[in-house]
Design a protein around this ligand. Structure first.
Ligand code: HEM
Length: 411
C-alpha cells in the first residue's frame, strides 16, 4: 500500500480546448489513486476513475467541512482560515448540511422548473433580440451567456438586474483560482454587505423570490444565514451557467454535425445534447475536494484521517469503463449519466435549473441564427484556466441577417 513516488501537483495544462489535461488519462489507467501535493505543503490524493470519484462524493466518511480551507491550486495562509460565514452550507456535513439544504430543495424541483420555463424563454429571446440589434458580429459571452445567466439568477433570488455588472465582477474575483485570498476576502465582504441590505429590504417588503421566501419562512434563519445561502446560490449558479452557455456554444460551433437535435422539436434529443455537453465539457475542472474523517481504503490505497482527496470530475467523465469512445462529443448518447453536477449529498442543487437554461439557450440561439459561426480561429479563443469553472473569456461570433420573407416588410 505504501507509495513512495515523488508526489505531483494538480495537472492543469490542457493541449485541447475541450479535453482535460492529458495527464489525467495516463493516471486513470496507470495510477488512478495517486499522491497529490497541495500548495500549502500537505500531501493528499487525486482520484481519476469514476468509481473512486463517486465513492469520495458519496461515502459519509468523507467530509466537505474538513476540506473547507483546502484547494489543489491555492494555499490559504493559516491566519486567513477563519470560520465560515453562517449559512455556507456547502462546506457542512451530515445533519447540519441537510438542515439548510432542505429549505431550498423545494424551490428547485423539476415541477417548479416547468413553471419557470416561459420566463426563461422570454429572458433568452430578449437577449437574442438585443444581440440581433447589436449587429452581425458580437461577443457571445458578453451579449448572451453572461446576461442570460445573470438575469435568471437575479430573478430567482429577487436581486436587482441593474446590479448585474457588480455581481459579475465580484463573482469573477471570488471564483478566481489564482488571486490572493486577502483580495478575495475584501470583495466577498462587499458582497455580504450588499446582500445583507437586500435581505433586510425583502424582510420589510417581501416579493415572490427565494430571498423573500427564506426571510419570511418559519425556519428560524437569521438574516446573516440567509445572506450566506444567497451568496452560495449566486456564485454557484451564475458563473457555472454562463460558462456552460459559452463553452457549450463553442463546442457546438466546432462540431456542427452535432447540431441536429437543435433543429427539430424533439425535447428528449435536446435533453441528451445538454447532458452530453455537460459530460464532455465538465466545467468544474479543478474537481471536488473532501477530507477523510477516518483512515479508510479507496481504490486500493490507504487514505489517512485528515488527508484531502481531489475527485477529478473531468477525468471521471471521460472514463472508458463508463462511456464508449469517451473523448468524442456524441449528442446521440442516451442521457449519459455523469458527474458534471457532482454526486451524493452535495449533488448540485441547481441542476434542473441549469438544464433548463442550457436547453432553451442553445435551442433558441441556433434557431435565431442558423448559420452562427465563430468569427476568429479556435486557437485564439482564450480559456478560463485560472478560474474554478472552466469556460471562455470571450466568444466572437457572426451570422448573416436572414432575408425578410416576401410580404413581411412593414408588418
Ligand atoms: C451548468 C451549470 C452548473 C454546474 C456545472 C454545476 C456544478 C456543480 C457541482 C459539480 C457541484 C458539487 C460540488 C461539490 O460536491 O463539492 C454543485 C453544487 C452546487 N450547485 Fe451547481 N452547478 C451548476 C449550476 C448551478 C445553479 C444554476 C445553481 C443555483 C442557482 C447551483 C447551485 C449549487 C449549490 C447551492 C451547490 C451546493 C450543494 C450542496 O452543497 O448541497 N448550481 N454544482
Amino acid at each position: 500500500m505504501a507509495d513512495n513516488r515523488c508526489p505531483m501537483t494538480l495537472p492543469t495544462e490542457r493541449t485541447h480546448l475541450f479535453d482535460p489535461p492529458a495527464e489525467y488519462k495516463r493516471l486513470r489507467e496507470t495510477d488512478p489513486m495517486t499522491r497529490l501535493s497541495f500548495p500549502d505543503g500537505t500531501l493528499g490524493w487525486l482520484a481519476t476513475r469514476q468509481e473512486d470519484v463517486r465513492a469520495v462524493l458519496s461515502d459519509p466518511r468523507f467530509s466537505t467541512y474538513l476540506a473547507r480551507h483546502s484547494s489543489p491550486v491555492r494555499a490559504t495562509p493559516p491566519e486567513e482560515r477563519g470560520e465560515l460565514p453562517p449559512g455556507t452550507f456547502t462546506s457542512l456535513d451530515g445533519p447540519e448540511h441537510a438542515h439548510y439544504r432542505r429549505m431550498l430543495t423545494g424551490l428547485f424541483t423539476v415541477r417548479r422548473m416547468r413553471q419557470l420555463t416561459p420566463r426563461i424563454e422570454e429572458i433568452t429571446k430578449g437577449r437574442l433580440d438585443a444581440m440581433e440589434q447589436a449587429g452581425e458580429n458580437v461577443d457571445l459571452v458578453k451579449e448572451f451567456a453572461h446576461p442570460v445567466a445573470a438575469l435568471v439568477i437575479c430573478e430567482l433570488l429577487g436581486v436587482s438586474y441593474d446590479d448585474r455588472e457588480y455581481l459579475q465582477e465580484v463573482s469573477e474575483v471570488i471564483m478566481s483560482a489564482e488571486l490572493p485570498t486577502t483580495e478575495i476576502a475584501v470583495v466577498a465582504g462587499g458582497l455580504y454587505s450588499y446582500l445583507l441590505d437586500v435581505v433586510r429590504a425583502k424582510s420589510a417588503q417581501p416579493a415572490d423570490d427565494i430571498i423573500s421566501g427564506l426571510v419570511t419562512g418559519d425556519n428560524g434563519l437569521t438574516d446573516e444565514e440567509v445572506v450566506g445561502m444567497a451568496v452560495l446560490l449566486l456564485l454557484a449558479g451564475y458563473d457555472a451557467t454562463a460558462n456552460m452557455l459559452g463553452l457549450g456554444t463553442l463546442a457546438l460551433l466546432l462540431n456542427p454535425d452535432q447540431l441536429e437535435p437543435l433543429r427539430g422539436d424533439d425535447q428528449a434529443a435536446q435533453d441528451n445534447l445538454v447532458e452530453e455537453l455537460l459530460r464532455y465539457l465538465t466545467t468544474v475542472h479543478l474537481g471536488t475536494i473532501r477530507g477523510a474523517k477516518e483512515d479508510l481504503e479507496l481504490g486500493g490505497k490507504l487514505v489517512r484521517k485528515g488527508e484531502i482527496v481531489v475527485g477529478a470530475l473531468a477525468a471521471a467523465n471521460r472514463d472508458p469503463r463508463y462511456y464508449t469512445d469517451p473523448d468524442r462529443l456524441d449528442v446521440t448518447r442516451e442521457r449519459p449519466s455523469h458527474l458534471a453536477f457532482g454526486h451524493g449529498p452535495h449533488l448540485c442543487l441547481g441542476q434542473q435549473l441549469a438544464r433548463l437554461v442550457l436547453r432553451v439557450g442553445y435551442r433558441e440561439l441556433f434557431r435565431r441564427f442558423p448559420d452562427l459561426r465563430l468569427a476568429v480561429s479556435p486557437e485564439s479563443v482564450k480559456t478560463l484556466d485560472d478560474r474554478v469553472m472552466y469556460g471562455v473569456y470571450a466568444l466572437p461570433v457572426s451570422w448573416s441577417k436572414q432575408p425578410v420573407p416576401a410580404g413581411a416588410a412593414g408588418e
